[in-house]
Design a protein around this ligand. Structure first.
Ligand code: WT7
Length: 636
């Protein structure tokens, strides 16, 4: 039996029991056998849910890039590490071998050093899905700088908020990006954002679209000439196990985005382990995750997890609809992709298109299909199973979060029998619990409740950058001695988990985690708006879409409502990004509120979802009469 690679169901149960009975010795064995350390740990795990504080492999020293690159050079230096597929199908794909990746990362790391970046400094990376993005991430890790990747679809304001929150010293960006038939002026967005940032000393610019952008004297530098001068070796910085590896921002139900901090050793061990098992990766496979490295999925399962296993990982610059809706399948065919990992929203969008787009291509290389980001509905699951997997590929519905660092609940292909819409069973080391509202654990099967995790796992986020209290309040205060996920779940008669969705004010739109509060804050900036409330409602393709209820100031009421809607969405686009735009905006004279003044979102959610047969108890409302008005004017 191998602790590291589970191959059938019997083995899963054995390994799982062992991992729960003695987590320390379980993870210790894996850490020992499968990674490269400069110094061994003194202690596998110490934790305190009260503080909260979690330390894995304390005392150990390592560099994650040695584990992801250097140690593979002897055995697979000429194997493709990163397979880059450009936006334009006529541009040649790039096979970057492990040897080449080593040289690229070392050169970039040397450039960072020359430009004054030291261990512990924060570097903001705002790049499209081009090889430089993965290289920049790894170059930071090489020298112990903390990377903070910001998804290149975020607006200048969102970028500035993130840069300021962690005082980044440098931004790595490109002149622009290709996205389908469009180009996007990334450098312009950075310039705009940096007007509000004092901490940034240097901006390194990749030339991707040759757009001839303006360079600010003394601050902006083209990257290529610096790389050309740099040496192709760079000694890795020796890091402590618990040194921060990166910050990644995620939205909360209230307030500013949370800079989740992930540390080095535990994150490496857990992402590598889960990659191997959830995708059953074998030598010679070509693995493709369609996420953007701007999200945790890309960090853990495009960059670190695959490379730690010496895998070939595909990076795709473009979009699923360009030049047509067959692009994903064309790429699978072209590169003989074996594992394919995407989001339910992409599946739903592609399932709406003509099947010819799928049937044109040979998908027989595929062995495992995966989904992540939101619950997958049955129809989409079956479409994926029948048309992409041809009923021969196990589907892994992987549940996890930015905060968990790696996949937590998921089938293991060829082991766990899958059931559509179920994430199924916890991976080794993961101990889920369902809790009731009084804070009691609900034991047994065929129950539902709030999903918590009751024992630490190696890749859990250790804090929120600059705000440990918020980390404690958000994740460790709702239930004693547990991590609270924010999700609801049910456990069926055989112990399988099905995630039912968020129980807080976060809405998942097309797999993107959006807090309602920041969107409301953006809307409320509009001079004509007095107050607003955002809720999610079911949407065929996006899973959820956003519905806004807006109260106008008296002066605003005479304005043209369609123009107001446009202006509100423009504001949201500017403040957060186009992904947060509202599909429907209803103007109303009031919002249902409790006596303590809290907006009753439960009611608004039901109205927006066209589910008004049972609105629940409205007697505690301060203004029950407003409910009828809201219902009468609902936008269908
Ligand atoms: C939230 C986390 C983890 C990478 C992408 C999202 C929802 C995620 C599933 C799934 C049902 C899912 C949860 C979770 N979610 N995967 N397989 N089934 N829901 O990361 O942005 O941190 O969002 O996404 O609600 O809490 P994230």
């Amino acid at each position: 039996m191998s602790n590291y690679h589970i191959k059938h169901l019997e083995e899963y149960f054995q390994v799982y029991r062992k991992s729960v009975r003695n987590p320390e010795s379980y993870w210790e064995e894996i850490a020992e056998e499968h990674f490269m350390w400069h110094k061994r740990w003194d202690n596998v795990l110490s934790y305190d849910f009260e503080k909260p504080e979690f330390k894995w492999f304390e005392g150990a020293q390592l560099n994650i890039t040695e584990n992801c690159i250097d140690r593979h050079l002897r055995t697979r230096g000429d194997q493709t590490a990163i397979l880059f597929e450009p936006n334009n199908p006529d541009e040649e794909a790039l096979h970057i071998t492990y040897n080449e990746l080593h040289d690229r990362v070392c050169k970039m790391a040397n450039v960072l050093k020359v430009e004054g970046i030291q261990k512990g400094d924060r570097v903001c990376i705002y790049l499209p899905m081009i090889p430089e993005l993965a290289v920049a991430v790894l170059a930071c890790a090489r020298i112990g700088a903390i990377h903070s990747v910001v998804f290149a679809g975020f607006s200048s304001t969102a970028l500035a908020t993130r840069i300021n929150d962690s005082n980044c010293k440098m931004v790595i960006t490109s002149d622009g990006s290709f996205r389908g038939s469009k180009t996007i002026d990334l450098k312009g967005i950075v310039d705009e954002g940096l007007k509000k940032c004092d901490s940034v000393e240097t901006v390194l610019v990749v030339n991707r679209i040759d757009s001839g952008v303006e360079m600010k004297e003394g601050r902006d530098k083209w990257l290529q000439p610096l790389l050309d001068k740099a040496e192709a070796t760079c000694e890795p910085e020796i890091m402590d196990a618990e040194d921060p590896l990166f910050i990644l921002y995620t939205s909360g139900s209230t307030g500013t985005p949370k800079g989740m901090v992930h540390t080095t050793a535990g994150y490496m061990v857990y992402t590598a382990f889960t990659f191997k098992n959830v995708f059953q990766y074998r030598d010679g496979d070509v693995y493709w995750c369609t996420a953007d490295i701007g999200w945790i999925t890309g960090h853990s399962y495009i960059v670190y997890g695959p490379l730690a296993n010496g895998a070939t990982t595909v990076m795709f610059e473009g979009v699923p609809s360009y030049p047509d809706y067959g692009r994903f399948w064309e790429i699978v065919d072209k590169h003989k992709v074996t594992q394919f990992y995407t989001a339910p929203t992409a599946i739903r969008a592609l399932a709406k298109e003509n099947l010819e787009h799928v049937e044109k291509y040979d998908l027989s290389s595929l062995k495992v299909l995966g989904t992540v980001g939101e619950p997958i509905n049955e129809e989409a699951w079956h479409w994926y199973d029948e048309n992409i997997g041809k009923k021969k590929c196990p589907i892994v519905d992987t549940w996890w979060q930015t905060e968990t660092g790696g996949i937590m609940i998921s089938p293991i292909p060829y082991s766990t029998p899958a059931i559509p819409t179920f994430a199924t069973l916890p991976l080794p080391g993961i101990q889920p619990a369902l809790m009731d509202e009084e804070g009691k654990e609900i034991k047994g099967n065929q129950v539902d409740g709030r999903l918590c995790i009751k024992f630490p796992w190696p890749s859990m986020a250790r804090t929120i950058w600059g705000n440990h209290q918020r980390y404690k309040d958000t994740y460790f205060s709702a239930f004693k001695n547990m991590y609270f996920t924010g999700d609801g779940a049910l456990r069926d008669s055989v112990g399988y988990y099905r995630i039912t969705g968020r129980v807080d004010d976060v809405v998942i739109v097309s797999g993107h985690n959006l807090g309602t509060a920041p969107i409301e804050d953006a809307i409320n900036e509009h001079p004509a708006v007095a107050e607003s409330a955002i809720v999610g409602y079911p949407h065929e393709v996006k899973g959820n879409a956003l519905y806004g209820y807006v109260i106008l100031k008296e002066t605003g009421e005479t304005r043209n409502q369609d123009n107001l809607r446009k202006e509100i969405n423009q504001l949201i686009s500017d403040r957060i990004g186009p992904i947060a735009k509202l599909d429907k905006i209803q103007f109303t004279s009031g919002l249902p509120k409790t006596r303590s003044g809290k907006i009753m979102r439960r009611i608004l959610r039901k109205i927006a979802s066209n589910d008004t047969s049972n609105l629940g108890d409205t007697s505690t409302l301060l203004n029950p009469e407003v409910v009828q008005e809201v219902m009468d004017n609902v936008i269908k």
